[in-house]
Design a binder for this molecule. Structure first.
Ligand code: CP
Length: 336
């Protein structure tokens, strides 16, 4: 392990974190009509409310089957997706609303040269809420500047993926019973892994969480995450290169894929793609009540033999994602 960094900057920054949450709560608006570009667009209280409503929906989905009747979701996916797009669509349909959009921008006027701002100006006339995925960092933020309805970032390049984070947090609440006092061990491509960036940003705001970041040097957590998120929040964290040496400390093992689509050089991808493979042998070193999460899709990083381990929670996580998105869209469209 290259346990290079273990930091604790609690006293001063813990105060600013509490002050920020207090100010946020004091000035907070309702969620109606708001954009969700990164998870920090939501206060801790709002995240808790969204997870709480999702838990009500899980218990009694029938009571929510008409709350978005008459509302339209536009799902604009400029980058491939299985879970995010289909779970957004399923979420709106299960709330009684309707869906329009595209999964392949090559059939849209983007190919004729239409810019994103104009696409959003147009589509926000048709829809009550827009979920947008783009390979370009900042695309969702740009969209929010031109939209007449709420924009939800469904993933912008290697940047952020806030609804995956709501998914992860709901899963942790459901399976671990709390979002506090956890050691979260993130493994894989931490440089481009937007889900790790968003999860870290969110879990930093709950007390007594600590992080272990496991990656090859080339794919380590970006400097801006350290300087802008971890240090100001006074979070204890550690970086390592070998999963075997830290897995025993994890309450949450958050596996991620090395993302071929983010590499400029195929040789680098080939060299790094199998850096970490979770198998039964490594699972033997982990806590009995640890849970394994993965935003999916997986390629090689979790062996299929792990799927039958009761701690493997990544397919349960997928279902929680739909409930998290139901809750978020109900709130943004003022359906509840
Ligand atoms: N987790 C996730 O974003 O998966 P998709 O790329 O399939 O949407």
């Amino acid at each position: 392990m290259c346990a290079s960094l273990t930091r604790s900057l609690k006293s001063q920054s813990q105060f600013s974190k509490i002050a920020l949450d207090f100010l946020w709560e004091f000035f907070k608006l309702s969620l109606k009509g708001r954009h969700v570009i990164q998870i920090s667009d939501l206060s801790v209280q709002e995240i808790d409310e969204i997870c709480g409503l999702a838990e009500q929906i899980i218990v009694d989905p029938n009571s929510f089957k008409d709350v978005c009747r008459g509302k339209i979701l536009a799902a604009l996916f400029f980058e491939p997706s299985t879970r995010t797009r289909l779970s957004f669509e399923a979420a709106m349909l299960r709330l009684g609303g309707s869906v329009e959009g595209f999964a392949d921008a090559s059939y849209t006027s983007t190919t004729k040269g239409e810019i994103l701002a104009d696409t959003i100006r147009v589509v926000s006339n048709y829809a009550d809420v827009i979920a947008i995925r783009s390979p370009k960092e900042g695309a969702a933020l740009l969209a929010s500047e031109y939209s007449a309805c709420p924009i939800i970032n469904a993933g912008d390049g290697g940047h952020f993926h806030p609804t995956q984070t709501l998914t992860d947090m709901l899963t942790i609440r459901q399976l671990k019973g709390s979002l506090e006092g956890l050691t979260i061990c993130c493994v894989g491509d931490l440089r481009f892994g937007r889900t790790v960036h968003s999860l870290t940003q969110a879990m930093c705001r709950y007390p007594k969480n600590r992080f272990v970041f496991v990656s090859p040097k080339e794919l380590s957590i970006p400097e801006y995450m350290v300087e802008d998120i971890l240090k100001p929040a006074g979070i204890e964290y550690e970086c390592a290169e070998r999963m075997e040496e830290v897995i025993d400390s994890a309450d949450i093992l958050y596996m991620t894929r090395v993302q071929k689509e983010r590499f400029f050089n195929e040789q680098d991808y080939i060299r790094l793609k199998d850096s970490y493979i979770l198998d039964k042998e490594k699972m033997r070193r982990a806590k009995k009540d640890m849970i394994v999460l993965h935003p999916l899709p997986r390629v090689n990083e979790i062996s299929y033999e792990v799927d039958s381990d009761p701690r493997a929670a990544y397919f349960k996580q997928v279902k929680f994602g739909m409930y998290a998105r139901m809750s978020l869209m109900a709130k943004l469209t003022d359906a509840l």
